[in-house]
Design a protein around this ligand. Sequence first.
Ligand SMILES: Cc1cc2nc3c(=O)[nH]c(=O)nc-3n(C[C@H](O)[C@H](O)[C@H](O)COP(=O)(O)OP(=O)(O)OC[C@H]3O[C@@H](n4cnc5c(N)ncnc54)[C@H](O)[C@@H]3O)c2cc1C
Length: 366
Amino acid sequence: MLTPQSEAELAEIIAGASGPLCIQGGGTRGLAIDGEGLSTRGLTGVELYEPGALTLVVRAGTPVAEVEALLAAENQRLAFEPMDHRGLLGTGGEPTIGGVIAAGVSGPRRIQAGSARDHLLGVRFADGAGQIVKNGGRVMKNVTGYDLVKLMCGAHGTLGVLSEVSLKVLPVAEASATVAIEGADLGAAVAAMSAALGSPYDVTGAAYDPEKQTAFIRVEGFADSAAYRCRRLVSELAGFGSPRIEDESAALWRGIRDAAAFQGRAGDIWRISVKPSDAVALAPRLQAEALQFDWGGGLIWALLPAGTDLRPRINVPGHAALVRAGAGTRARLGVFQPQPGPLAALSAGLRRQFDPKGILNPGLMG
Ligand SMILES: Cc1cc2nc3c(=O)[nH]c(=O)nc-3n(C[C@H](O)[C@H](O)[C@H](O)COP(=O)(O)OP(=O)(O)OC[C@H]3O[C@@H](n4cnc5c(N)ncnc54)[C@H](O)[C@@H]3O)c2cc1C
């Protein structure tokens, strides 16, 4: 495993590479490809943290746990609530902040706080020719004008290896409280979640577990305010099932964030992004063994028998990614949703610009 200890060393390794590189942070997201391992694990440390300015600049290989501990000491957090894939994928290692940004990992607070991409202020990375690029700092031939921050987040390392990310951070809410609506089928749950999200109570999470027939609505803020809003939601959502205030909020939402209901269960796991209002009609078409809805995160998690191609069953606009499957299924179906022709051509053009040798996680995306 190549493990550069500095950005300059990272650039040197990429400049000298002639074959495929399999880029890893902590290796927890399970997206290995054939190629020589290149880990960002040596690129750690905080460059700048200004709590008053809500800004953090950190090297890409820094463990997420370290970032979260640093922020917690100042009563701040990564508001986009990145999931930890280790439970779902059965991987080891330490999630890194660069990996979170490269994979564009966002959680249930997305509806209120935004996605990882929305919290990313800047990047530094080495492109496929081994040149250091700083967001806005260097003009690249033929790609002038692209918002590189938006491009790098979710590109899974195919356009460059992140060496540093600048993030917007936010204060931790004083309290978090959850209303659980029991005895709700999917239709009632969707109606309840829509009503809650459309209410003035500033909901920061809405999820549905069909196996427990329970919808969960989260509010955060000052303790008195959160308690008041929960009471109002309990009374206003009474028509959709049996709402009650749930005691444990943090562990529950960590479980929703990490799709904990599917951990340790056999089968392939798909992550589907569709318009929330399309989900009710879509759910039965998926013929899944089990489903979980992170409604506020804009995600449906589906468990299917190994090797099943879910994508032809999706008849509404959206994407499906194969988050967990055997190597054969991943090779046959591809991890990411194939893009329509014109978009695929644009993506390929971008990859040629950023990675002319075609060595950065080749074949992973398109
Ligand atoms: C509150 C909310 C409302 C929404 N409303 C709508 C809506 O009205 N209409 C609608 O269509 N969608 C809606 N969505 C879904 C959302 O727009 C999708 O998540 C979005 O289209 C995907 O963009 P993303 O950047 O979030 O991608 P990600 O969440 O990072 O990825 C989503 C999927 O897109 C694919 N993908 C991402 N990047 C690439 C890439 N570079 N190359 C190939 N594939 C890639 C992958 O398959 C991935 O699983 C909503 C989501 C939320 C949270």
